[in-house]
Ligand binder design. Sequence first.
Ligand SMILES: [Zn+2]
Length: 88
Amino acid sequence: MGKEARRGIPAIARKMKKLDAKISDTSQAPKGKEYFYRCAACGGVIPSTPRDNVGCECGNIFIDLDYLRLAVKDYTKFEVLQAGREDK
Ligand SMILES: [Zn+2]
């Protein structure tokens, strides 16, 4: 299953660090090009600013662009990842 599970995860996601923020409401979730959301249940990673409606495979996390809304069913399985900045 190893390779299968990694499919669809952008390369950038593997370099990201997990934010420690305790998020209990979608309004607290940071948004931006450098932020990604990860579902701990299925391992899916989705961008916080997608171009289309997107959700993880198990449906725990979903972004509905029509309503500019992020929906999370189980916050204990919701993680925010931030792409590492390249400090020069
Ligand atoms: Zn999921």
